[in-house]
Design a protein around this ligand. Structure first.
Ligand code: NAD
Length: 487
């Protein structure tokens, strides 16, 4: 088992095992090889992790924000220094090509630790409110023990996007990675200890959909931040509402990417490819409904087809590989079944549409696939596929495309390619989404808020806005005179 960690869980600064938990096999999606065998947390492990976080949180919150920030920034430096090793682990965990993980995964996690470490000292200030003679002040205080629950597409990034703002604000965290990608978060827990975080401030436990509810329902947990699908989001939000807990929901999408006929076509094709094929299409904010204005449809499709057919698919550890496998056999079956539905419902297959010939039989590979002549009612235009399947739809004018782009229950992201600046701003203003791009797609630096609207969730990750979701305001009214009671 070439990626076997010392034990399944990391609690109170050390690795902990409880073999009574259900076995979780970590499978390398490129070959089907079992690379580690872990155990889901038992209720005793969940209690131990939450108790450790609760104990540590008091000491952590009492430190100055600058001191906490210094530790997070040190952790960022360690992640950067170990980028190669962490990227290889991320590739083993997810099957994403090393060409991607080396620039996008541990590095974006490190960005988050560095950013929140840096703003901890200034972004947690309260305010002074003059009231004549009396006055009041506010304090921004941590919530306590926060739970992070991750999806499998960006395991290290998701872990840091939750841990960094939570810890910067003085909370402690118990993080549960996806059962498909259990490995990366354990390394981040080790690194935080190496950087000087007190034991118990950041704990990792393994588990699946049976384990998640134990964390969400735990009486000592104040907040849950989930990255996952809409159905899971509904369950977690409902369970948290039963205890009136804070929640952040980063859920799925079916985002529109609109290309007007005055756009730079090569940029638009590049944006659409990045927004559909990066990470083998397993990105929540992908622009999977690509609306192309009719006049440029043929030109757009021919360039898109040519460029898509040059994508290098293969061994994720080979630096030349541009697209790896999907996360699992089950995900491949799901994606292939959507491709069959696309064909059956009358979309035109432009390229791809099956399993590539020259890759390992046990790997979960699917060809990058483009459908044209997709209409709004087709299943592939309505449901999140979470694979490398791009749907191209035609449109005539601006008002029509805005209405059609918004006709979805999701509202995570949207993009517009046009040379007309005022049209760009007018259109994004009317699109219903949490994160939007003009003349680019899917860029999510830590400085900008990221998150969805409608069924894609609520709350924001990244930027100073994330701190608001890991703190609450405490208001103190200060009476300066004698109390005048009417009785
Ligand atoms: P999923 O919903 O199946 O699982 C997400 C996590 O929730 C896993 O850790 C899982 O074990 C846990 N879980 C499942 N049921 C639970 C329950 N009842 N209570 C508590 N925890 C539970 O999602 P996935 O298949 O791992 O990830 C893909 C989905 O995530 C896609 O829909 C994608 O769009 C979404 N996603 C969203 C974002 C975002 O930031 N908006 C980012 C990445 C992925």
């Amino acid at each position: 088992m070439r990626a076997q960690p010392k034990a399944s869980h990391f609690i109170d600064g050390e690795y902990v095992e409880d073999t009574a938990g259900t076995v979780i096999d970590s499978v390398y999606p490129a070959t089907g090889e079992v690379i580690a065998r872990l155990h889901a947390a038992t209720p005793a492990i969940v209690d131990k992790a939450v108790a450790s976080a609760k104990r540590a949180q008091t000491e952590w919150a009492a430190m100055s924000p600058t001191a906490r920030g210094r530790i997070l920034k040190r952790a960022a430096d360690i992640m950067r220094a170990r980028n190669r090793e962490l990227s290889e682990l991320e590739t083993l965990d997810t099957g994403k090509p090393i060409q991607e993980t080396i620039v996008a995964d541990p590095t974006s996690g490190a960005d988050s630790l560095e950013f929140f470490g840096g703003i901890a000292a200034t972004a947690l200030n309260g305010s002074h409110i003059p009231l004549g003679g009396d006055w009041a002040y506010t304090k921004r205080v941590p919530l306590g023990v926060c739970v992070g629950i991750g999806a499998w597409n960006y395991p290290q990034q998701i872990c840091c996007w939750k841990a960094a703002p939570a810890l910067a604000a003085g909370n402690a965290m118990v993080f549960k990675p996806s059962e498909m990608t259990p490995l990366g978060a354990l390394k981040i827990a080790e690194i935080l200890i190496e950087a000087g975080a007190p034991k118990g401030v950041f704990n990792v436990i393994q588990g699946d959909r049976e384990t998640g509810p134990l964390l969400v329902e735990h009486p000592d947990v104040a907040k849950v931040s989930l990255t996952g699908s809409v159905p899971t989001g509904r369950k977690v939000a409902a369970a948290a509402a039963g205890h009136l807990k804070h929640v952040t929901m980063e859920l799925g999408g079916k985002s529109p990417l609109i290309v007007f006929d005055d756009a730079d076509i090569d940029s638009a094709v590049g944006g659409a490819m990045l927004g559909n094929f990066y990470s083998t299409g397993q990105v929540c904010s992908n622009g999977t409904r690509v609306f192309v204005q009719k006049r440029i449809k043929d030109q757009f499709l021919s360039r898109l087809k040519a460029r898509t057919e040059t994508i290098v698919i293969g061994d994720p550890m080979d630096e030349a590989t541009q697209m790896g496998p999907l996360i699992s056999r089950a995900q491949r079956e799901k994606v292939l079944s959507y491709i069959e539905k696309g064909k059956a419902e009358g979309a035109t297959l432009v390229t791809g549409g099956g399993i590539p010939n020259d890759v390992s039989g046990e790997g979960c590979y699917v060809q990058p696939t483009v459908f044209a002549d997709v209409t709004d009612g087709m299943t592939i235009a309505r449901e999140e596929i979470f694979g490398p399947v791009m749907c191209v739809l035609d449109f005539d004018d601006e008002a029509e495309v805005i209405t059609r782009a918004n006709a979805t229950e999701f509202g995570l992201s949207a993009g517009v390619f046009t040379a007309d600046l005022s049209r760009a701003h007018r259109v994004v203003d009317r699109l219903q989404a949490g994160t939007l791009w003009i003349n680019t797609y899917n860029l999510c630096p830590v400085e900008i808020p990221f998150g969805g609207s409608k069924q894609s969730g609520f709350g924001r990750e990244n930027s100073a806005a994330a701190l608001e979701h890991y703190t609450e305001l405490k208001t103190v009214y200060v009476g300066m005179g004698k109390v005048e009671a009417p009785y």
